[in-house]
Design a protein around this ligand. Structure first.
Ligand code: SF4
Length: 450
């Protein structure tokens, strides 16, 4: 039996070996050419990013949306104290590992990482330990740093990865906005979902083949506008905020958007672009603090190029999205949140609070905060929402997720939607009585039947 000293040495060595196996991005064919990089599912934007990697010669695949098997595998290898997104992404890795035909010699896993105020940066360390425990020491866990190494990491993905992935994100964001604004009113049930799937698949193909995504955007827009809709009954719009993973991954939030729609509402979600903008905003703020002017300049140039590329896609959708068509810069969202939080507190709370105020301005009639159980930023937002609720007389629903069935979830959603409908109808009545001067977009939209 080894003494405590020897045990300490062995633990130190194991730690060092694990660290060495956490790979920085180096996607040269020499390194990863023979391996498929599996990306855990967060949202459909991952398909576009995987396609952009494939365009650069890397065999990347986004794994399918998480499911019950994900939870079973994730729970088996976690203690219950981990953040829910960590359980889910680990579960997705394990589901892939146990799927037929998995070849450890031809596989690698992908995981973004960051420094910052919470546990996200620890996911990959934990997942490395799990892979090692399974005897998969040689399966690389490839990291993408969201912070100071971001520019270098992204560069390693290929000369035009950034442009391809970014335009893909803008495309999917806008397609999702059209989907959520049209589906609640479609006459033929399922038509919107079908078209959305079709254009998502085509988006992958176009990106991978470096084709004309703007032309596809034009086509998607006109097809969506051709869908038969019945808008004779206006619906209250419900703004969703919360932790980015749980908010985006429909399985982890028990398909909240569809539940809101089934209850007579129309759901609004921040686009994925919000997070891309915010991590850029954080990098710029850090560069200023460190007086790293070169890094700041690179970020500013990146913003200009991204803005130009975004317009090429967005221009094709002009007029097809009624609300939140063009995502504002992070500074604007943060400014709206200032009555609730100081921007020095990094992470999602400031975005969630800014977005809540934006929802008020845009005429939403309810706000939902989705967050993992015990999530620190999610808990901060819950606390601040109490003041927000009073300030704006707005119904608020707070839902925590941990992968377990929640017996009262549906009752709570129904009660919340009832409150939202009442608020919406009261505003409509007030507008009808001439008392609605200054009331936001929902009333105008409802009155014009859009
Ligand atoms: S945001 Fe919440 S869920 Fe995500 S790492 Fe931080 S504490 Fe965990």
């Amino acid at each position: 039996m080894p003494g405590p000293r020897l045990k300490g040495v062995r633990q130190r060595e194991a730690r060092r070996a694990r660290k060495a196996r956490l790979h920085k991005l180096d996607y040269s064919r020499k390194t990863y050419g023979k391996r498929t990089i599996f990306i855990p599912y967060m949202d459909d934007h991952g398909y576009a990013m995987a396609a952009a990697m494939r365009a650069g010669g890397v065999e990347a695949r986004q794994m399918p949306m998480s499911d019950e098997d994900t939870i079973l595998w994730g729970r088996k290898y976690t203690s219950g104290k981990e953040c829910y997104p960590c359980i889910i992404t680990t579960g997705d890795f394990l589901r892939q590992i146990h799927s037929p035909g998995f070849d450890p010699d031809r596989s690698a896993f992908f995981m973004p990482t960051a420094f910052g105020p919470c546990r996200f940066g620890q996911y990959n360390k934990f997942q490395r330990m799990v892979l090692d425990e399974l005897g998969l020491e040689d399966v690389p866990l490839v990291l993408l740093d969201q912070d100071k190494d971001f520019q270098g990491d992204v560069k390693n993905l290929g000369a035009d990865f950034r442009k391809l992935a970014w335009t893909g994100i803008v495309f999917v964001d806008t397609l999702q906005k059209m989907l959520r604004e049209t589906r609640p009113y479609e006459v033929h049930k399922g038509e919107c979902d079908q078209l959305y799937e079709k254009y998502l698949r085509q988006c992958e193909q176009v990106i991978e083949g470096r084709g004309n995504l703007a032309a596809l955007a034009r086509e998607a827009r006109s097809t969506f506008e051709g869908i038969a809709v019945d808008r004779s009954r206006a619906r209250p719009r419900i703004g969703i905020v919360g932790e980015v993973f749980v908010r985006c991954n429909q399985f982890t939030n028990n398909f909240m958007v569809r539940k809101i729609e089934a209850q007579g509402g129309e759901a609004v979600l921040p686009p994925f672009e919000e997070w891309v903008n915010y991590i850029g905003w954080s990098r710029k703020a850090d560069a200023k603090i460190a007086r790293h002017w070169k890094r700041l300049l690179v970020e500013k140039i990146t913003d200009l190029v991204q803005g130009r590329e975004k317009r090429k896609i967005l221009n094709q959708f002009q007029g097809a999205v009624r609300h939140f068509f063009d995502e504002p810069p992070s500074d604007n969202v943060i400014e709206l949140a200032l009555p609730y939080l100081d921007p020095a507190i990094r992470g999602e709370p400031i975005l969630s609070m800014g977005r809540c105020v934006e929802y008020v301005h845009d005429g939403c009639d309810g706000v939902v905060n989705l967050h993992p159980f015990n999530c620190m930023p999610g808990t901060i937002v819950n606390a601040l929402l109490t003041k927000f609720q009073t300030d704006h007389d707005m119904p608020v629903l707070k839902v925590a997720y941990d992968g377990l069935e929640q017996a009262t979830e549906m009752v709570r959603i129904e009660a919340f939607m009832h409150q939202c409908r009442e608020r919406f109808e009261a505003r409509l009545r007030a507008a009808g009585n001439g008392a609605g001067a200054g009331i936001g977009g929902a009333i105008a939209a409802a009155r014009s039947g859009r």
